[in-house]
Write a protein that binds this ligand. Structure first.
Ligand code: COA
Length: 157
């Protein structure tokens, strides 16, 4: 596993993140080009954070703090090509969860039906399918809404 640090985006990070997304699935299949990805990465509603290893950018996570019925929603998460399957995604997911634990009871994200590896990755990290948004972003695919409980079940808050 790589030693990863995570920091708020600055400078040209949004362009870098948009480039990672636009050159990779699921965004390729979803038809999200660089401009659409850059618009997402610079949205005032969302928080973009960058993972680095050895001083090099290796991943991104984009979170909308009150994105789903007031709960945090992970809009996008990616490890840069060449850095996948080395723990970068796990570090970013863990960071997003720790950011909102104590402030939110649940955290959400969507995964495309054609991305079973990412779905398995989320399930390994405790996310469960909460529903299917049929033909949501493109006609040919569904989005699976996934949910993870952040607060202990006994917590009445
Ligand atoms: C999904 C993703 C964020 C996980 O980050 P990561 O650093 O590769 O993940 P970790 O090293 O912590 O864990 C490895 C797991 O990631 C998933 N993964 C690895 N490469 C992947 C890829 N190209 N696409 C989708 N999932 C992938 C797999 O579940 C893998 O486990 P496996 O090797 O047993 O199949 C990353 O692989 C990625 O950026 N994929 C492409 C973009 C994407 O699918 N983002 C999710 C959109 S919902």
């Amino acid at each position: 596993m790589l030693a990863v640090t995570i920091r708020m985006a600055a400078g040209d990070d949004a362009e870098w993140a948009a480039g990672v997304m636009a050159s990779s699935d699921p965004w390729l299949t979803l038809g999200r080009g660089f401009d659409a990805c850059l618009a997402a990465c610079t949205s005032a509603m969302d928080v973009l954070e960058i993972a680095e290893t050895g001083g090099e950018r290796c991943g991104l996570v984009l979170v909308r703090p009150a994105g789903l019925a007031g709960a945090p929603y992970i809009v996008s998460i990616a490890a840069a090509p060449g850095f996948r399957s080395r723990g970068v995604g796990a570090a970013l997911l863990d960071h997003a969860e720790r950011t909102y634990r104590g402030r939110a009871r649940h955290i959400f994200l969507c995964v495309s039906s054609f991305n079973p590896r990412a779905r398995r990755f989320y399930e390994r990290h405790g996310f469960e399918a909460a529903g299917t948004l049929k033909a949501f972003l493109i006609e040919e695919a569904d989005e699976i809404l996934m949910q993870k409980r952040l607060a202990p079940a006994a917590n009445p808050a």
